[in-house]
Design a protein around this ligand. Structure first.
Ligand code: NAP
Length: 474
């Protein structure tokens, strides 16, 4: 099925196409338009031309469009979930979960649209401020270029499109090449939801070509990017003085203290390590467990991991399916092999079942191995024993990344110490680092990024503060 670009409220033919294949079956599922430079510029011009229309919508109008979208997503939940599963091999149960979260994300955006406000500034507190009235306002930036990854193709797009609309901006969306179908479907739904023409534009094509042109355009006011650190750094360099928000990768760590109830937490560890085949930016990659619990944890963790159902993403029972590409499967397998050669033990997994990399637990992994220090983005987790929590904190901090970390402990002082010392954007006490709900401030430090998403926080990033001062002196 040949898809079209969505530019200035119209579905536009492209001159060239790229075939899209299912990562699981290898079947061709669509032909994706590759936008020419002229078409990318037309999308930028449409967003630029329509920015005043968007900025003039009232808070109620922006909120109503987002509420309409929420309803349309509810009405089409299964259809959208199947699109996600087909294009990304995300098992259907997780795709349905993603749609449910996306509904919440847009609902929060609809609510945030009504909360855009400034504050009074006490001008007369300064010697030279008497008889003046000062207040701030928040104004939309104008044109937002959103560049998104494949792993949550609907909800991570929602974290950009939702706040952009809530704040009154126009958008050019460049989805990941492997997951454009959910983005085009979203454009159809937003058209039906009443978003004015040209306020959302969707252009597909290679990240380098489309991405570079968006990032370099003078008509784009902000680039919001979620993806790998390498691409993120490149965007930051090219964007010069443009506002850039980056949500990047990580090798998230979890500490398990002595006296933790393993039966309660092992299912969470399995979910956190292996859901969406580990292709989650806060997937558990490194577990540091108190030596007194190490052996028992490994046995229980192995047993639950081996119970996961491997197979077709469109089958409702499937827990684990293919990675996004053959190259990523080979890369992850090579990293496991390297670890084994260097003395690590494979407790389970470490091999392929047809095209699917089996969920893999490693032990005795030292910090310099790729499976420890780089982002694996595959169903691979390392477990190492520690003598105390301090050692776990040091291991987690020994990383170029810092997105989220988790700690299970019954000791309140230990939890407090971990919350203070972990060098990450978010610390989850008595939970896995993979925990996220969509309104919370979410983002990283170090090479994990420079911004916060979560609707209220993203709206702040996508608006400019303006100060107004009235002089009431004669
Ligand atoms: P990616 O390869 O960096 O791609 C992300 C997006 O950037 C895609 O749309 C891609 O287009 C585009 N792109 C590629 N080269 C570009 C360039 N030179 N200029 C501008 N855009 C370019 O990432 P991915 O493999 O899709 O996603 C996985 C990564 O995302 C992981 O590192 C993961 O941790 C991170 N992530 C972070 C968060 C977070 O919130 N912190 C959430 C989810 C994922 P093409 O697809 O056409 O190449």
């Amino acid at each position: 099925m040949k898809k079209k670009l969505f530019i200035d409220g119209m579905w536009v033919e492209a001159e060239s196409f790229s075939d899209l294949y299912s990562p699981y079956s290898g079947d061709k599922i669509a032909e994706i338009p590759q936008a020419s430079n002229e078409q990318i510029d037309a999308a930028i011009d449409a967003a630029h031309k329509n920015r005043k229309t968007m900025a003039k919508l009232t808070a109620l109008e922006r909120s109503s469009i987002l509420e309409n979208l929420v309803q349309l997503l509810k009405d089409n939940k299964r259809t959208v979930a199947e699109i996600i599963s087909k294009e990304s091999a995300k098992p259907l149960k997780f795709s349905l979960g993603e749609v449910q979260r996306t509904i919440e994300t847009y609902k929060f955006a609809a609510e945030e649209a009504k909360r855009l406000h400034g504050e009074m500034v006490p001008m007369e507190a300064a010697e030279n401020g008497s008889n003046r009235l000062g207040y701030t306002m928040r104004e939309p930036l104008g044109v937002i270029a959103a560049i998104t990854p494949f792993n949550f193709p609907l909800n991570l797009v929602a974290h950009k499109v939702g706040p952009a609309i809530a704040a009154g901006n126009t958008i050019i969306l460049k989805p990941a090449s492997q997951t454009p179908l959910s983005a085009y479907y979203l454009a159809e739904l937003l058209e039906e939801a009443g978003l004015p023409k040209g306020c959302l534009n969707v252009v597909t094509g290679s990240g380098k070509v489309v991405g570079d042109r968006l990032v370099s355009s003078d008509k784009v006011d902000m680039v919001t990017f979620t993806g790998s650190p390498e691409v993120g750094k490149n965007i930051q360099r090219k964007a010069e003085l443009k506002k850039v928000s980056l949500e990047l990768g990580s090798n998230a760590g979890l500490i398990i203290d002595k006296d933790t109830d393993l039966d309660k937490i092992v299912p969470k560890c399995v979910t956190g390590s292996f859901s969406n085949q580990g292709q989650v930016c806060i997937s558990i990659q490194r577990i540091y467990i108190h030596e007194s619990l190490y052996e028992t944890f490994i046995q229980k963790f192995k047993k639950e991991t081996e119970a996961l159902v491997i197979g077709d993403p469109l089958n409702e029972n499937t827990d684990i399916s293919s990675l996004i590409s053959v190259q990523d499967t080979e890369r992850a397998k090579n990293w496991i092999d390297e670890a084994e050669k260097e003395g690590s033990k494979i407790i389970t997994g470490g091999k392929l079942n047809n095209s699917v990399l089996l969920p893999t637990i490693l032990t005795d992994t030292y910090p310099d191995l790729k499976v420890s220090c780089q982002e694996v983005f595959a169903p691979v987790v390392s477990v190492n024993s520690i003598q105390n929590v301090q050692e776990g904190i040091e291991q987690i901090n020994n990383s170029r990344y810092g997105l989220q970390a988790g700690i299970f402990t019954k000791d309140i002082q230990t939890a407090f110490q971990a919350s203070r010392e972990l060098e990450v954007g978010g610390v989850m006490i008595n939970d896995i680092p993979t925990y996220r709900v969509d309104q919370m401030p979410y983002g990283g430090v170090k090479e994990s990024g420079n911004a916060r998403e979560g609707l209220k926080y993203a709206v702040e990033e996508m608006t400019e503060m303006k100060l107004v001062v009235w002089n009431n002196n004669d």
